[in-house]
Design a protein around this ligand. Structure first.
Ligand code: HEC
Length: 140
């Protein structure tokens, strides 16, 4: 839990820093690089910079962060956009493992104050994750 606290503080600093620059544009304007920045700022600590689940925090976790480059492979080559958006928004409980080790990010990405912005952020992240799929066509 201590680690999660540190993570959230670091994350808030990133959001503030990134707010004016990366996220100011129209959703979709620079979706992929916006998604990458969000990913590096909020997700890489667990899922690793390359998405394979080897982030610095991974060792401290009981449930290993998922390898995000294999999502398409695990779904018979079809990247499940809606499911990935759901996990990002609502957390790991939607995986059906009953696990909440994957945090919900919807509210954190200002869903209440600015639902459009939160949606754009989650979409950008999903696009980014889609772009790093390995081992099969990402289903575009
Ligand atoms: C505190 C560590 C941590 C952080 C930070 C984190 N995740 Fe996760 N994530 C996990 C864990 C652990 C799982 C596996 C959960 C399970 O198996 O129940 C997971 C699972 C996922 C999955 C499901 C993968 C699959 O194969 O179905 C997606 C998608 C995902 N994370 C995306 C993200 C995104 C995007 C971010 C950044 C906004 C993020 N995660 C930040 C720990 C983290």
């Amino acid at each position: 839990m201590r680690y999660v606290g540190v993570l959230f503080c670091a994350g808030i600093a990133c959001v503030i820093a990134a707010h004016g620059t990366v996220l100011a544009g129209e959703p979709g304007a620079d979706e992929l690089s916006g998604g990458r920045d969000l990913y590096v700022g909020h997700c890489a600590i667990c899922h690793g910079l390359d998405g394979t689940g080897q982030g610095p925090l991974a060792q401290a976790m009981k449930i290993v962060p998922a390898d995000l480059t294999q999502i398409a492979v695990k779904h018979a080559g079809e990247f499940p956009d809606a499911k990935v958006r759901d996990v990002i928004r609502n957390g790991g409980a939607v995986l059906g493992h009953g696990s909440t080790a994957m945090l919900p990010w919807g509210l954190y990405f200002s869903e209440r104050r600015n639902p459009d912005l939160a949606k754009a952020r989650i979409k950008a992240l999903t696009e980014y994750i889609k772009s790093i799929q390995q081992g099969s066509a990402p289903g575009r």
